[in-house]
Design a protein around this ligand. Structure first.
Ligand code: NAD
Length: 434
């Protein structure tokens, strides 16, 4: 098929590459000229394991091209995927302006029947508003014929594993109210051999918000349990292990730490609560999920202060990890972005290291000293704070770390080290909930 993907971000680029790998002719449309220039040079504007190589193969095979010209991208497409950002507005609702602008431009470019797929995460009933925008922008000469149907096809990929998730999705949700559009999407996803659920458009839109909010809730739940573990002298890892063996609960997303971040959970929880309120339901449970999450960041800060001897003034704190999770350079809503400025405000000297995300943080926090590697970061530090559980941080030579630090104290914000092993090396170890 001829496919257009609009928005070359984490979702759009991965989606485009994965459809191109299946032998479809994919045009990726992006407004940012810098990104298009990079893509044409074979460079991915984001870090995602395996993405750049897969992208180059798709381009070399002739199945993937890039453009800033919406008209050129959409003109011959049978299916257009909308994968632009839907960032949060100050009051919590989703900012749909990128989506609306893209829909208007697509409308102007439509010449024949095209399936428009809403892949961005959106509040329920957004599909209907997109249909109105498309309708308004269709050139007068073609009015009268049916030129498009809208389908909701939420994306569930995880950054850091996005290529694998897109090649082999757990499930594909198709929210559609038109049999013609459903047949097109069924055909497109046939090769992915994934369970396919067809629902109404509104249900599909809700599935995404409800899923992400539920995962965020699971994280906040275990974080609340971790606080009780600290008060009672239990170990939250053991509690999570025991809970997770129950198949009705499952072990995933029961890792206590400094809270969830990233470009999805914080914004989707807020947007879901906002959408619920607009519809007349006060989803207070989600406000509590957010409150617990924010509390974990303050809790980590208190732990670091305690570990530094009660004050941060003049203390050197090594921070390992800046990305919101391992395997990505994405720092959007990374919990550490709230913790770092607090450390600086309290007078600490911060030496930070992240294998992928440093360039993105440097622009925001120039007062932080950025180290060459983890060992360079811990030099002279009173406290080592682990904020992202990158593999390389779990495999540190602790003997070397101890020799380099001023005091052997580790605050493990992700519970990624084994407390006993760390203590045996002569460290003071503070985890979360253990
Ligand atoms: P992103 O910010 O990385 O990428 C969006 C891209 O769209 C940007 O490159 C931007 O320049 C481009 N864009 C904006 N307006 C455009 C227009 N009119 N025409 C062409 N390009 C345009 O965003 P993302 O992380 O890929 O997320 C996209 C959507 O997918 C969001 O709704 C998000 O909630 C959802 N989602 C994201 C993830 C994830 O892990 N990142 C997972 C599932 C769903």
């Amino acid at each position: 098929m001829n496919i257009a993907v609009v928005g070359a971000g984490y979702v759009g680029l991965v989606t485009a590459v994965c459809f191109a790998e299946k032998g479809h002719r994919v045009t990726l449309v992006e407004i940012d000229r810098g990104k298009i220039r990079a893509l044409r040079r074979g460079k991915s504007p984001i870090y995602e394991p395996g993405l750049e190589a897969a992208m180059r193969s798709a381009v070399a095979a002739g199945f993937l091209t890039f453009t800033t010209d919406m008209d050129a991208g959409v003109r011959d497409a049978e299916v257009v995927f909308l994968t632009v950002g839907t960032p949060p507005k100050p009051e919590g609702g989703a900012d749909l302006s990128f989506l609306h602008r893209a829909a208007a431009d697509i409308g102007k470019a439509l010449r024949r029947y095209t399936v428009i797929v809403e892949k961005s995460t959106v509040p329920v009933a957004t599909g209907a508003s997109l249909a109105r925008i498309l309708e308004r922008n269709i050139p007068v000469r073609t009015r009268g014929e049916r030129l498009f149907d809208i389908v909701s096809n939420p994306e569930f990929l995880r950054e850091g594993q996005a290529i694998g998730d897109s090649r082999r999705p757990d499930r594909v949700v198709i929210g559609v109210d038109s049999p013609r559009a459903e047949a097109v999407l069924q055909r497109l996803y046939r090769d992915f051999h994934a369970p396919l659920l067809v629902t109404s458009m509104k249900s599909a839109e809700l599935i995404k918000h409800a899923s992400n909010s539920f995962l965020a809730l699971k994280i906040s739940y275990i974080n609340a349990v971790s606080r009780i573990c600290e008060l009672a002298g239990a170990d939250v890892r053991e509690v999570a292990e025991g809970m997770g063996l129950d198949r009705r609960i499952g072990r995933a997303f029961l890792d206590a730490g400094i809270g969830y971040g990233g470009s999805c959970f914080p914004k989707d929880v807020a947007a879901f609560a906002h959408a619920a309120r607009e519809l007349g339901y006060d989803f207070r449970l989600l406000r509590e999920v957010e409150r617990i999450n924010r509390g974990q960041r303050r809790h980590a800060l208190r732990k670091i202060t305690r570990a530094a001897g009660g004050t941060l003034k003049g203390r050197t704190i090594a921070v390992l990890g800046l990305a919101f999770k391992p395997g990505t350079d994405d720092i959007r809503e990374s919990p550490v972005l709230e913790i770092l400025p607090e450390l600086l405000r309290a007078g600490a000297r911060v030496r930070a290291y992240d294998p992928r995300a440093m360039a993105n943080v440097k622009r925001l926090l120039p007062r932080v000293r950025y180290a060459r590697n983890a060992y360079d970061a811990v030099k002279g530090a009173r406290v080592l704070f682990i904020a992202t559980e990158w593999d390389e941080f779990t495999k540190l030579d602790l003997g070397r770390v101890k020799r380099l630090m001023r005091a052997p104290v580790i605050v493990d914000g992700r519970n990624c080290l084994e407390p006993e092993a760390v203590r045996k090396q002569g460290f003071v170890y503070l985890g979360i909930g253990r």
